[in-house]
Each structure stands twice: as structure tokens, then as C-alpha cells.
Design a protein around this ligand. Structure first.
Ligand code: FES
Ligand code: FES
Length: 182
């Protein structure tokens, strides 16, 4: 059940014919959100336009390039090709949630900076979220596994070598961080 006082609405173009005005509730980077949305709104638009997550990029908007990747219940998904109603009750994570509240970068962010994985700055948020999802499923992925996962996200300006190295380094830094917590 959503709280009308905290609901936000999708701004912009009129709802296409047949769209219903619905309420959804989900966790965004650990915080509860209530939104009123058009039933056919995609997650990318709700995250960027309603909820201010401008780090989530749209490019092809056809589920091909991976720039819009976010995590839904730990699984990387293309937010441009996911209906927003599908995340009702789920946990959604975007690049805005990676760094700690005091600004300390996550292991993935540090690894991409160390290894040159940040290049154009456009595909990077999707690559970071893909890496986060991969390392949750496979904390020490081999090169073939990294290649398979990274192949879902397009980089138009370079080879993938530094991104591959960034993912490997992120695995090391994540393991070290998790070890520190034990
Ligand atoms: S913008 Fe979503 S896959 Fe390209
Ligand atoms: S580094 Fe982003 S598209 Fe190549």
C-alpha cells in the first residue's frame, strides 16, 4: 500500500492510450520509494525523470547496449526494457548507491579508476552495475566469465581490455574489503 503523501508522478508526455495510472513501491539504493506511474512507463524513465538518478544512462533504449543497466534484486537488467511496474516490491540499485554515504568509493569504482575502466563516462555506470552483479554471483570470475558478462554492454570507443582488468581488480578489492569485515 503506498502513501499518497510521498508519491511522485511521472512527468512529461501524456500517457499513451490505454496506460493506467498505478502506484508502485520499491527499494531504491536502500530507501523506500512510492511512485505513481503510467502502467507502461519503463524503469529507465522513472529512475531518471521521477527519482533523479541521472547516473542511469539511456542510449539505444532497445535493450542492446547495456548503458542503462541497474540491479533488480541483485540481477543486472536493462532498465530501458523493463516495465517499471515489474519492480514493485523489489530492490533496485543504481550507480548512485555504490559509494558510501561519506563519499568513499566502492571497490568497483576504485578498480575502474585504477585500471582505466572509466573512459567516455557514458557506458561506465552500466559497466559498474554489471560488475557489481557479477561479483555478487561469482566473487572470483575467470576471464571467460568476465568476457561473457561484459559482452552484454557496448563500449564504442575502445577495446575491452582495461574494462576486463577493472573487473578483475574489483574482485580483488571486494574480497579484501569483505575479508576486513570478517
Ligand atoms: S539504453 Fe538500455 S540497453 Fe541501451
Ligand atoms: S568507454 Fe564508454 S563507450 Fe567506450
Amino acid at each position: 500500500m503506498s502513501d499518497p503523501d510521498t508519491e511522485t508522478s511521472v512527468a512529461g508526455a501524456p500517457a499513451p492510450r490505454g496506460a493506467l495510472d498505478i502506484s508502485i513501491e520499491f527499494s531504491l539504493n536502500g530507501e523506500k520509494q512510492n511512485c505513481r506511474i503510467d502502467s507502461n512507463a519503463v524503469l529507465l524513465d522513472v529512475l531518471r525523470e521521477n527519482l533523479g538518478c541521472r547516473g542511469v544512462r539511456g542510449s539505444c533504449e532497445r535493450g542492446v547496449c547495456g548503458a542503462c543497466t541497474v540491479l533488480v534484486d541483485d540481477v543486472p537488467v536493462a532498465s530501458c526494457s523493463t516495465f517499471a511496474f515489474a519492480v514493485d516490491g523489489a530492490s533496485v540499485e543504481t550507480v548512485e548507491g555504490l559509494a558510501a554515504a561519506d563519499g568513499t568509493l566502492s571497490p568497483q569504482q576504485r578498480a575502474f579508476a585504477e585500471c582505466g575502466g572509466y573512459q567516455c563516462g557514458f557506458c561506465t555506470s552500466g559497466m559498474l552495475m554489471l560488475t557489481t552483479g557479477l561479483l555478487r554471483r561469482e566473487p572470483r570470475p575467470d576471464r571467460g566469465t568476465i568476457r561473457d558478462w561484459i559482452s552484454s554492454n557496448t563500449c564504442r570507443c575502445t577495446g575491452y581490455e582495461m574494462i576486463m582488468e577493472s573487473v578483475e581488480r574489483a574482485a580483488e578489492l571486494t574480497a579484501a574489503q569483505d575479508g576486513d569485515r570478517v
